[in-house]
Design a protein around this ligand. Sequence first.
Ligand code: NDP
Ligand code: 2IT
Length: 444
Amino acid sequence: MAILDYVKEAVRKRNPNDTEFLQATDEVLMSLEKVAEKHPEYVENGIFDRIIEPERQIMFRVPWVDDHGKVQVNRGYRVEFNSAIGPYKGGLRFHPSVNLSIIKFLGFEQCFKNSLTGLPMGGGKGGSDFDPKGKSDGEIMRFCQSFMTELYRHIGPNTDVPAGDIGVGGREIGYLYGQYKRIRNEFTGVLTGKGLNWGGSLARKEATGYGLCYFTEAMLNDKGNSFKGKKVVISGSGNVAIYAAEKATQLGATVIAMSDSNGYIVDNEGIDLDLVKEIKEVKRGRIKEYVDTRTSAVYTEGCKNIWNTPCDIALPCATQNELDEASAKTLVGNGVIAVCEGANMPCTPEAIEIFQSNHVLYAPGKASNAGGVATSGLEMSQNSLRMSWTFEEVDQKLKTIMENIYHTIAKTAKAYDMEDDFMAGANIAGFEKIAVAMMEQGIV
Ligand code: NDP
Ligand code: 2IT
């Protein structure tokens, strides 16, 4: 019987139907078994029992009126998970699949991720089952205003600082910020990912994708390898995917495939990223439009089979559980050397097991995609200073943070006799800082 089995049981009992949340807590608790052995005081002080229970969970009605004058109702969420090391911090996701389990899993992961950045940020996450696809700008604005009309009372620059995630980018952050400012009559750094001339940080847009590649490059370099000359497959074609593709290309790799929820494109000559940006960022179109312009590319309906494309490096950058056991086996069969998560929890537990048992370098999202929230932390610093740093300054800080994360988790894994198990390294290193803070702050 493992020491932390009682915590797993407790979390199951309290959240019986929350599949994604249980998947995330199981993985972390498994990694923390050796920490519990080494630190009985954490068990005695209920650190594990407390860390798996959010400090606060908010659910609310979001009514809005569509372009036809019809009343629509969505559900809004904010889960404030842990504030031991700083104000709650984490994104907002607008996607029809959003439910409490998904927000809780994201909020839980966020605590460890934020801890790994070395910046003073606690963990939280929020969102709505609102589907931004096919909505007019006016509908998006009215939805965001209604969402903020409730959310504003729970957040603040020293309390809880939301940002973007799936379906929430610069446009949505703008509408949310405008409404917050109107209600509170305060111009503060309450959201990150803001526009560049009203408090946003240079390089925040690029940060998650660039950070993913800085992390991956540090890991590859440590193993005597690099992006140079490698074939890379990236799922998704949103914020994270686009800037991961940009940086991987700058580092000498060739990105040959990208996707959206409908299907994927393979372009063996290397993805034309300007075209992808035009389709996805400007026109908000579908990835299949790519083949209308690029005759070298092939489009396949259905997004899952993107992993059948032979590659050296796979960067899943779309959504949770998008890469399963069968896909992992195919990637391994095709000789993949590294899989680094840009999305949150994109690999299923079975897929991770396949990678690790085949000595594929596997990096969990809470480490490899931490560049987005790290740069959000840098945006908060700039807001507090009432200054803005240059792109180069922010980018350099981001690079240093990602390299530090790699070395911290590699060192931690080694210290616990689990060399190259970056999942265990990330979970333990992220946990330790929070646990010490919780111990010092008493039973709260
Ligand atoms: P975007 O909304 O910009 O893009 C999401 C991309 O993933 C789109 O291509 C979308 O396709 C695809 N996708 C979304 N849901 C699904 C689904 N259910 N099945 C298949 N494809 C899907 O989001 P981001 O790029 O910001 O986020 C991508 C991932 O990265 C998420 O897991 C997010 O949590 C994570 N992340 C984001 C950070 C950030 O700073 N933005 C930071 C750290 C992690 P379609 O357009 O067809 O919906
Ligand atoms: O999952 C994530 O780390 C994000 N969506 C970014 C959160 C943030 O606060 O920048």
